[in-house]
Design a binder for this molecule. Structure first.
Ligand code: ASP
Length: 344
């Protein structure tokens, strides 16, 4: 159980020196944090495909449902939607045509995390990640072990490849290069660059309890076994119940290098707003990007987004290039423009 300093003692400390306080924590090792005065309020923030998800999470939280359970119910809408080819059922497959799913979650009040990577045949990896969090001493299960773990809890194994996703994959396989043995297929509708997508959703209730979850089918046509940032705690999502929650969508490899979910929360700990914290984390990501992923003027050749909420319930979204995100402030669910580093 954590408590923040009272507003009065915070103001007293602030007069003496920096705007830094310590959370009272029975570990005896509290991390210093800027205390944000003001009562916590309900909020949810997500990638833009999470508009229905933030509404669902808010509806559940205001009925008293825990912030992690609310977040998981929110992202499950996309996991179960065959039209969302970036998440769960209907997600785009790896280069062999197999759908491999990644997810992770954190629960602020209990300081626990759970994740699965390269999970096959199960539609809702976010639920499996939550089971790892709740019922094991581990944090990340992968591949065949993650599937056996899910089946042991009664999940049904299903074919996750929809005809829409198979069609996109077959077209990609046929047209991937001139050197292979697949006959090129005339493109009535171009596939364009390799699609990416994911859903991240972060929640806070009026007691200031925070949670985060991210779930994805990952980079389309990836090398089998590839895990992106989504199942990596500290990259794809992160929660510190004294500070805030943050998560990401976009090129996972770029984010993993900077531990972007963790870094965004750390910037909020220093007192930045959720949006400014996301922008600061993106600058760090760019500074760590290998040259082959930068264009001649130093701009990244990929997109990356961070979504964040602080301990007070302020939300924000930031991206490398213009984008949008979904947020619920307790009144309405809206799609908003992100703050960004580079114009299109
Ligand atoms: N971050 C995901 C991954 O790298 C993909 C995405 O968000 O588009 O697996």
């Amino acid at each position: 159980m954590t408590e923040t300093l009272s507003r009065r003692s915070f103001l007293g400390a602030a007069a003496a020196a920096p705007l830094v306080g310590h959370t009272v924590d029975r570990t005896g090792f509290p991390a210093p944090a800027v205390i944000i005065p003001g009562a916590a309020r309900f909020a949810a923030v997500a990638s833009s495909n999470g508009l229905r998800g933030v509404a669902k999470a808010m509806e559940l939280m205001t009925r008293g449902v825990d912030t992690l359970d609310a977040a998981v119910e929110g992202v499950k809408i996309q996991e179960l939607d065959p039209e969302d080819t970036s998440v769960g059922y209907g997600g785009l497959p790896n280069e062999e045509g197999v759908v491999q799913l990644d997810a992770s979650c954190m629960h602020g009040p209990s300081k626990r995390a759970g994740a699965v990577a390269c999970l096959e045949g199960i539609k809702t990896p976010s639920e499996v990640a939550r089971l790892v969090l709740k019922y094991t001493n581990h944090i990340l299960l992968v591949g065949a072990g993650a599937k056996r773990f899910a089946l042991s809890f009664g999940f049904r194994e299903e074919d996750l490849l929809t005809s829409k996703s198979r069609e996109i994959w077959l077209r990609w396989r046929a047209n991937r290069g001139k050197e292979d043995d697949w006959v090129d297929v005339g493109e009535q509708e171009p596939i364009g660059p390799r699609p990416t997508g994911t859903i991240n959703l972060n929640t806070i209730n009026d007691r200031g309890d925070l949670s985060s979850v991210t779930t994805t089918s990952g980079l389309a046509f990836k090398i089998p076994g590839r895990s992106g940032d989504s199942p990596i705690v500290g990259a794809g999502q992160y929660t510190d119940n004294a500070v805030g929650s943050a998560g990401s969508t976009g090129l996972g490899e770029a984010n993993i290098m900077a531990c972007g979910g963790f870094l965004t929360v750390e910037y909020m700990r220093q007192g930045m707003s959720p949006t400014d914290a996301g922008l600061a984390a993106l600058k760090r990501v760019v500074s760590l990007t290998p040259p082959r992923l930068l264009d001649p003027s130093g701009r990244p050749r990929y997109q990356l987004n961070f979504y964040a909420v602080n301990k007070r319930g302020d939300v924000g979204g930031a991206s490398l290039f213009p984008s949008d995100y979904a947020a619920h402030d307790g009144r309405d669910a809206t799609v908003r423009d992100t703050a960004y580093l580079f114009p299109k």
